[in-house]
Design a protein around this ligand. Structure first.
Ligand SMILES: Cc1cc2nc3c(=O)[nH]c(=O)nc-3n(C[C@H](O)[C@H](O)[C@H](O)COP(=O)(O)OP(=O)(O)OC[C@H]3O[C@@H](n4cnc5c(N)ncnc54)[C@H](O)[C@@H]3O)c2cc1C
Length: 421
């Protein structure tokens, strides 16, 4: 077999044999698929990574302009994976968070110094993180990246799973002990498995863009709670800010089609003048907001990860942070299985993984859902309760510390990859 790796564009595999064996096959080489490949290869597994879209392609979700909030647990994860050190020139610290309830009293402020740390979180562009992961994948001899290749189907055997995919118009079949479905929110594998999936549309769309304000952001992230959903302004490089604006889906097309100056005016009305006038806006993209819950994410020799396993609204900045904690838990479960000489694709081992992530996923998804639903209600009594809630939170350091711990991604037992090495 000859494998030709070209890090500039995409990877081409020249296969001599059509059937090969792997420990783990990962379908989907997005941020989650690549992170799974790297962490599991560190356990000594031989990995097959099948990705459909070339990394140079504009439609690839891991290489777009979205800004990601990376919380404390995820920072530790990327550090332990050797990714963080390559991102140091591209990250922006969040030192303060300011939460307000549009049109009503009540503000909560979080300051890194209150928790005796230098920053609450960091912001990084998805494409920088994606490129850094991609480079590591390319350099890793235990990872066999096949791209652009399309996963077609799988077939369970007694002690392995057969995976069929298409590469350069030829079909291949590989065998694997475990298959990870990291094939995104529309996961074809999840549908084939027929796993019960709860999908809820919020009837809201997040419009995302970069905005340059008149005043310095001073590394403060703003979250404004409105009846259309939360709106966030996140500090970024060169005094730009990542703007995440939830709008009614029925109004999204009209807002997207506004001229830059009209758009800035509307965004300003939504956000207010805390950072002075909005001066400039970059390219806009929009994402309809859904809640996707899959209570059972494992099946015989298959586990769903990342967006294939759960979809949370980007306004809470939790999707990838949650996926990272899932991966760290999966690695712990796999390590234990190796130690005990257990079959890593067995129902028993995968059930242990499911149990290890259940509580965290349920709580994180509930928090995100509350954020979307609770602030939709625009009634005087509820507005008062919300304002009083924010007011009381601001007065209580204990409550703030509890909330910060949760937002940082530290809940319950801490898997190895989220601990300081
Ligand atoms: C606007 C926005 C802002 C966000 N902000 C944050 C944030 O601040 N913090 C945070 O933690 N999260 C955030 N998120 C969420 C985060 O971006 C996602 O959780 C994460 O990118 C999911 O990655 P994934 O690899 O699971 O899925 P995807 O990125 O969708 O990757 C799936 C991959 O599978 C491939 N694929 C699909 N089908 C096949 C097939 N048949 N064969 C081969 N390959 C296939 C696709 O090409 C793709 O590369 C945000 C999301 C959005 C939309």
């Amino acid at each position: 077999m000859i494998i030709l790796k070209d890090s500039k564009k995409f990877v081409v595999m020249k296969l001599k044999e059509k059937h090969r064996d792997f420990d783990v096959t990962i379908v989907g080489g997005g941020l989650v698929g690549m992170a799974c490949a790297l962490t599991l290869s560190n356990l000594g597994f031989k990995i097959n990574l099948i990705e459909h879209t070339e990394n140079s392609h504009n439609s690839h979700p891991s290489y777009d302009d979205r800004t990601l909030v990376v919380n404390q647990a995820s920072i530790r994860f990327w550090q332990n994976l050797g990714i963080w050190e390559n991102l140091l020139d591209d990250i922006t610290p969040i030192k303060q968070v300011h939460v307000s309830n549009k049109g009503h009293f009540g503000v909560v402020k979080f300051d890194a110094s209150d928790f005796e740390i230098d920053e609450l979180a960091f912001i990084v562009e998805a494409k920088k993180l994606g490129m850094s992961l991609y480079q590591k994948v390319i350099d890793n001899q235990s990872i066999n990246l096949i791209c652009p290749a399309k996963f077609l189907e799988f077939n369970n055997l007694d002690d392995s799973i057969e995976i069929k995919y298409q590469f350069e118009s030829e079909e291949f079949t590989d065998k694997s002990t475990l298959m990870i479905a990291a094939d995104g929110i529309q996961s074809g594998i999840r549908k084939t498995l027929n796993l019960p999936t709860e999908v809820k549309s919020y009837e809201r769309t997040a419009i995302i863009c970069n905005i340059t304000p008149e005043l310095k952001h001073n590394h403060c992230a703003y979250e404004r709670l409105t009846k259309e959903g939360p709106t966030a302004l996140l500090p970024f490089m060169n005094n730009r800010c990542g703007f995440v604006w939830s709008v009614k889906s029925s109004e999204a097309d009209e807002i997207m089609s506004l001229s830059d100056s009209e758009f800035l005016k509307r965004a300003q009305t939504q956000f207010g003048y805390r950072l002075g006038r909005f001066l400039k806006v970059g390219k806009r993209s929009c994402y309809p907001l859904y809640f996707v819950k899959v209570p059972q994410q494992t099946s015989n020799r298959v586990v769903l990860m990342g967006n294939a396993a759960h979809g949370v609204s980007p306004v809470s900045a939790q999707g990838l942070n949650l996926a990272v904690r899932d991966i760290a838990n999966l690695v712990d479960v796999m390590e234990l299985a190796i130690e005990k000489n257990n079959d890593i694709g067995s129902v028993q081992v995968l059930e242990k993984y499911q149990q290890s992530v259940d509580t965290d996923q349920t709580q994180t998804m509930q928090y995100t859902d509350d954020l979307m639903e609770w602030f939709k209600l625009d009634e005087p009594v509820i507005n008062k309760i919300r304002s009083l809630g924010l007011f009381s939170l601001q007065q209580s350091n204990v409550a703030k510390m509890e909330l910060f711990k949760r937002a940082s991604g530290y809940r319950g037992l801490t898997p190895k990859l989220l601990r300081q090495s």
